[in-house]
Design a protein around this ligand. Structure first.
Ligand code: ZN
Ligand code: ZN
Ligand code: FE
Length: 724
């Protein structure tokens, strides 16, 4: 057997029937985290093999093998941790079925020498397992034991004070239970941790992280303890327990016996939850009395997750609880991934640990394309053959550290996946940092791609669509062909080009980017458009909270057209309604308005408000009806539900009209707004009832984290057309 950068080659000899059995077993008994794309069998000259041997890995061409994402510790390794011997309570136990992969790999083919485990020399016991064909650790590159492998250290005041894993776990448990905040080095980066049920500790964590309100992810001990707090259906449970171990967004169990502190999740009806995935997490829960700890990325908000021990000590010099560090280096930084189950499917919102860098298989020739992605929630993408390697979540390209991480990771991906860039794909927005980063590759052709076209193309590439479709792209912002801010696009499009058939009506966005953080600006702009100055007489919470002074200033900005770009972003409409209902005036985390609005939705109300569709969709009727409902003291949850139903109706009416015009029946939904569960479910339900074929994102984020895949697909298509 031989591992090459293209594939795994196995040579066997024997009776035909035995070889058939072998081929069947290859698929049937494949390890859980493995993925067999294809098995090709051919006859070779007869040869007698005396034993099973693995030949050294070889590069046979420029084609690439894939790098496995990191895998949660498996049951058998957890059992090994309970057996006396070199792995008793050893927190780096792993085998061929589990353990670190992407986070420690510096090059291909995947051998120990090309991982950050190369500095640890295997002891004779580990080496004999590594060499034994029938052993679970046969050629497990990161294999290790307490005698030869990495270890943890507890640091207090930046000095190591403890190195026994058991003693560390018990000391950490004690500190967390006393309300301390601690830093714990993980698989793809550092985490900050505290007791999830301690209001005081959560407050301290917010200070340390400089994060006001944004909900924290929580690690629960197990499914049983989680059930007391949140609803879990079978598919959510499968995601929680899968070897990828993502953070799963769950609905809180309000009827349940127990509640979590509001400060954890900003009082939303949702919580991001994960289960233990590293051996150390299990050791820790073995000592902890609390059933859940906050485990959030170890960084100052807006910076990338820390991976370096020294940097962690510098950034958090006086964490009272101390730091748990280890000495297995992290080569590729990964955050915890985030998914949500919508309409029975796992939808990835943040694609990182456990998912990246598995390629997205496309039906396009993507070789040599480097797509830079968007500016916020950035991921980039490189192509080799038909495979698109979408990077792990990079983050918002707004801090120097994140930009450095972005540039370094581009270099790493080009090297790892053997891509020599020959075509660059960027967003149409000239000021995006991602667009400007293309300047680091001078002399190469650059394909500029409209943001929402890229959203739709990302979803098309994910579903192997290469034809004309009806594309519905709803998000917050994206640079349009007319220089205005788009975000509610109804396209008739293919991978090459698009016609913008319809969009929401434009409104001035007073303050530009500032308005995304201050939803009240959008509400006032809309009120002013529909009511003129009379809106000042309306009795609305937003006007009271903002006060007449600021409101008048905003009106002046609109009148004089000072810093008032035009927008039709669907996300802004959600912001405006959230502001009108008094839910959010100043957002303390991204998309707070839309998320709060969705949190209120009821399943039992089917009513909706008035609207006018056509080339431009207008919501003036809806605004008046919302104000009327509000004045009549209709409950906010009813208003929020009717608003969502209205948007679903607008989508349905619009694509129905476009189907009549074009005969096209396939609808592709993309953009961050479709992370809204009620909206996505409702839209898919009504469209499929009317016999549309509907495509929505699953393994690629529908937010800007998926943009780079769409850019890559469009660039590939356009290149193939010019080449013909
Ligand atoms: Zn294992
Ligand atoms: Zn060993
Ligand atoms: Fe977008």
């Amino acid at each position: 057997m031989r591992n090459t950068n293209e594939n795994v080659q196995i040579r066997v000899s024997g009776e035909a029937a035995d070889i058939e059995k072998f081929l069947a077993a290859l698929k049937a008994e494949a390890p859980p985290a493995s993925f067999i794309q294809d098995v090709q069998a051919e006859e070779i000259d007869f040869e007698i093999f005396k034993s099973f041997t693995i030949l050294s890995s070889d590069d046979v061409s420029d084609d690439v093998t894939e790098i496995s994402p990191d895998i949660a510790v498996c049951h058998e390794c957890l059992k090994d941790m309970e057996q006396p011997g070199n792995r008793y309570h050893y927190p780096f136990v792993n085998c061929t079925n589990c353990g670190p992969r992407f986070s420690i790999i510096s090059d291909l083919p995947y051998d120990r020498a090309k991982t950050t485990m190369q500095s640890f020399v295997m002891c004779p016991d580990c080496k004999s397992e590594y060499d034994a064909v029938l052993d679970r650790r046969f050629h497990a590159q990161p294999t290790a034991c307490a005698r030869c492998g990495p270890w943890y250290e507890l640091h207090a005041k930046n000095k190591p004070v403890e190195t026994s894993a058991d003693a560390i776990a018990s000391s950490v448990a004690g500190c967390l239970e006393q309300g301390s905040v601690m830093l714990i080095r993980g698989l793809g980066g550092m985490h900050l941790a505290c007791d999830a049920f301690s209001l005081e500790a959560v407050g301290k964590l917010r200070l340390v992280k400089k994060r006001d309100m944004k909900p924290f992810a929580v690690m629960f001990r197990d499914i049983e303890s989680l059930r007391n707090y949140a609803h879990i259906d079978d598919i959510e449970m499968a995601s929680l327990l899968s070897w990828r171990r993502p953070i799963v967004l769950l609905h809180l169990n309000h009827a349940g016996k127990k509640e979590i502190p509001e400060s954890l999740n900003a009082g939303l009806g949702l919580i991001g939850v994960m289960l233990p995935y590293m051996p150390f997490h299990y050791l820790l829960f073995g000592q902890l009395k609390t059933n859940a700890i906050v485990l959030t990325s170890g960084n100052i908000s807006s910076e990338p997750i820390l991976i370096d021990n020294r940097e962690a000590m510098e950034q958090f010099p006086d964490l009272p609880g101390g730091m748990v560090l280890h000495n297995r280096d992290i080569f590729n930084r990964t955050d915890d991934s985030v998914v949500r189950i919508i309409r029975g499917r796992e939808r990835v919102f943040r694609r990182s640990r456990g998912y990246a860098p598995a390629p997205i298989r496309t039906s396009l020739e993507t070789g040599g394309i480097l797509a830079f992605g968007a500016e916020l929630t950035n991921c980039f993408c490189v192509g080799n053959g038909q495979k698109a390697f979408l990077s792990q979540h990079i983050g918002d390209l707004r801090s120097l550290e994140t930009i450095r991480f972005y540039e370094e990771t581009i270099e790493k991906f080009l090297k790892l996946f053997r891509v020599k860039p020959s075509l660059l794909a960027v967003d149409l927005h000239p000021d995006y940092i991602s667009t400007k980063t293309a300047l680091n590759f001078p002399g190469l052709p650059v394909e500029q791609i409209q943001h929402h076209h890229a959203h739709i193309a990302a979803c098309m590439a994910e579903h192997h669509l290469d034809e004309t479709v009806l594309g519905v792209a709803f998000d917050g912002t994206g640079y349009g062909d007319d220089g205005h801010t788009w975000g509610s696009e109804f396209f008739l499009c293919d991978l090459n080009s698009y016609t913008r058939k319809s969009h929401f009506s434009y409104l001035p966005l007073p303050g530009g980017d500032m308005a995304t953080e201050e939803p009240w600006r959008m509400a006032v702009s809309w009120l002013y458009k529909v009511y003129g100055s009379d809106f000042l007489n309306l009795d609305l919470p937003v006007l009271k909270e903002i006060g007449p002074e600021k409101t008048r200033l905003l009106v002046q900005m609109i009148d004089r057209n000072i810093n008032c770009p035009l927008t039709c972003g669907a996300g802004r409409l959600f912001d405006a309604v959230a502001s009108l209902l008094g839910l959010v005036q100043t957002a303390s985390f991204q998309a707070e308005g839309p998320i709060r609005l969705e949190s209120l939705v009821l399943q039992c109300c089917a009513d909706c408000y008035g609207f006018e569709t056509g080339e431009v969709v207008t919501f003036d009727t809806m605004l008046k009806e919302i104000i009327a409902d509000f004045s009549a003291r209709v409950d906010n949850s009813i208003i929020a539900t009717k608003f969502h139903n209205t948007i679903i109706s607008v989508i349905f009416e619009s694509v129905k009209r476009l189907r009549e015009q074009s005969g096209i029946n396939k609808v592709v939904l993309s953009g961050g707004v479709f992370q809204n569960r009620y909206l996505l479910e409702g839209t898919i339900n009504v469209l499929t009832r009317h016999h549309f074929e509907v495509y929505a994102h699953e393994s690629v984020p529908s937010n800007d984290g998926g943009i780079a895949l769409g850019q890559l697909a469009i660039a590939s298509k356009r290149r193939s057309i010019t080449c013909v």
